[in-house]
Design a protein around this ligand. Sequence first.
Ligand code: NAD
Length: 474
Amino acid sequence: MDRRNFLKSCGLIAAGSAMAGPLAHAGSLFEEPLALPDGAEPLKGLNLPIRSLEPKTDRQISVIIIGCGNRGNTYARFAESYPKAVKIVGVSDILEHRRTRLGDIHGVKPEMRFGDFSEVFASGKKLADAVVISTPDDRHYKPCMMALALGYDVLLEKPIAQTEKECKDIGDLARRNGRIVAVCHVLRYAPYFLALREAVRSGLIGDLVSIQHMEPIQYAHMAHSYVRGNWRDSKETTPIILAKSCHDLDILRWIVDRPCKQIVADGDLYFFKAENAPKDAPMRCTDGCPHADTCPYNAIDIYTRQKAHLGVFDLDGNYDPDFILSRLKDPRYNSYARCVFHCDNDQPDHYVTNMVFEGGITASFTMDAFSPFGGRRTRVMGTMGFIEGDMTQFTYWDFLTRKPKYWNEEVAEVPEYAGSGHGGGDYGLMRDFVEAVAAQDASQLSSTVDVSIESHVMGFAAERSRISGRKETV
Ligand SMILES: NC(=O)c1ccc[n+]([C@@H]2O[C@H](COP(=O)([O-])OP(=O)(O)OC[C@H]3O[C@@H](n4cnc5c(N)ncnc54)[C@H](O)[C@@H]3O)[C@@H](O)[C@H]2O)c1
C-alpha cells in the first residue's frame, strides 16, 4: 500500500497537523492525483538525496520547544521517533495546558517548563543546544534574536519575521555569532519537490523557460486559517503571500536557481466580507443560522461533521461531535464559530504574482481560496520538454520521443515518510537540522536563513506591488 492510500485508509492527518484528530487539514492527500497519460512509464534514474529519516549522528542534541501548538508538536514528535538523536529538554508556551501536555510526553523537568518565551532566556544561560521557534508569526523575531544572542542554534518557523529589516537582522546576527538558523521551508525536504527540482536541473526538459505554479488553499482551509483563524489579519501576522505562500516563492526560487529580478502582483479580498453576508445571517454559525444547510463554510459542518482542522480545539482525542460543538460555543474557541462574512479578516482570497528571474526565465504563481483540494500544482516548461505535477506525482513529456514518463514515491522507492506532513518535508527538515546541529555544519541544510531571506524579500516586494499596482524590482 503506498503512502497516500495508507494515510487515507487510516483516516489520518494530512499536511501540517500535530495534535489534531481525523482531518487536521483536508488537503492534497485526500484528492485524486492528476491522471497519468496512457502508456506513461516510470521515470527512473534521477539522482536524489532521499534517504531514511533517521539522523546520521552519534551525538544526541538537546532542544527547547518554544510554542507548543500544532508545529511545535510536529517537530517534538520527531524526537519521539529518534530519541538517540534528539531530546526535548524544555518547553515554553503561554498556555499552561499545552506546555504541560508536551512537557509530560517528553519528561521535561519542572524548572525547564516556561510560560512566555522570554522566560527561556531570562537566566542569561544557554540551557540546550537548540530552540525550535514555533510561536505565532508576530512572535518569531524577538525569541530568535534572544536565542542567537545566547548562542543557540535555531529551527525557525516561517515566516522568518514580519518585516524585511527584521529578517535581515536575524540573518546578520546568525552570521556574526556563527549560529545555525534553519527556516521551516519544509517543501524543500519533501521527496516530490526534490525530484521535481532534480528533473529540471538534470536537463531533462532542456533549458528552463517558464513555470506555472498554483497553490489551491481549499475553501474550508481558507475559512479556518485566513478568515476565522490565526492568520486572518495581515497586520497582526504577515500578508498571505508570506503567511501562506512563502513556501511557494521559495520553491520557485529554488527550482529556477537564479535570483528573482522583478515581481508584480494583483488580488484582493473578494468574498469573505460583510457585504456578502446572506440576509439574517447571525454573527456565529452556532446562533441558529437560517442558511446553515446551503453554506459550505458552515462551521458546525466543517468541524463536527467533516472533522477538519481540529488541531486548534485542544480535544485531547475526544472527537465526539457534541464535544466539538461545545468547544465551538466556548469563548476560548468560539472565534472559529464566526460567520465567514462577519470576521475581522483582511487577507486576500485570490492572489496572482508574475516573476522574472535572471536570464529572462518567468514564473507565474496563483494562490486561490476557492478549490476543493489543497496541495500544489505545477507546470514546468523547457525547450525540450514539459513537466506537470500535483505534489504527489509528476509527468514528464520529452518533445523528441513524445513518450510520457511519470515520477512518484513508489518509482523512486522512497523510504516510508508516513506521519510526516508536507509530503514528508516536516521530518526531512528535522533530520537535516538535527544532523547540522550535531555536526555544527549548516551546509547540511537547504533552507538556511540566508537563502530563505531571498524568497521572503520576493514576498514583501509582491505585497508592495499588489497594493501600489506597480512592478517591483527585487
Ligand atoms: N512550515 C509550515 O509549513 C507551517 C505550517 C503551519 C504553520 N506554520 C507557522 O508556524 C508557526 C506556529 O503555527 P501553529 O500552527 O503551530 O500555531 P499554534 O497556534 O498551533 O501554536 C503556536 C503556539 O505558540 C504559543 N505562544 C503564543 N505566544 C507565545 C509566547 N509569547 N511564548 C511562548 N509561546 C507562545 C501559543 O499558545 C500556541 O500554543 C506560525 O508562525 C505559522 O505561520 C508553518
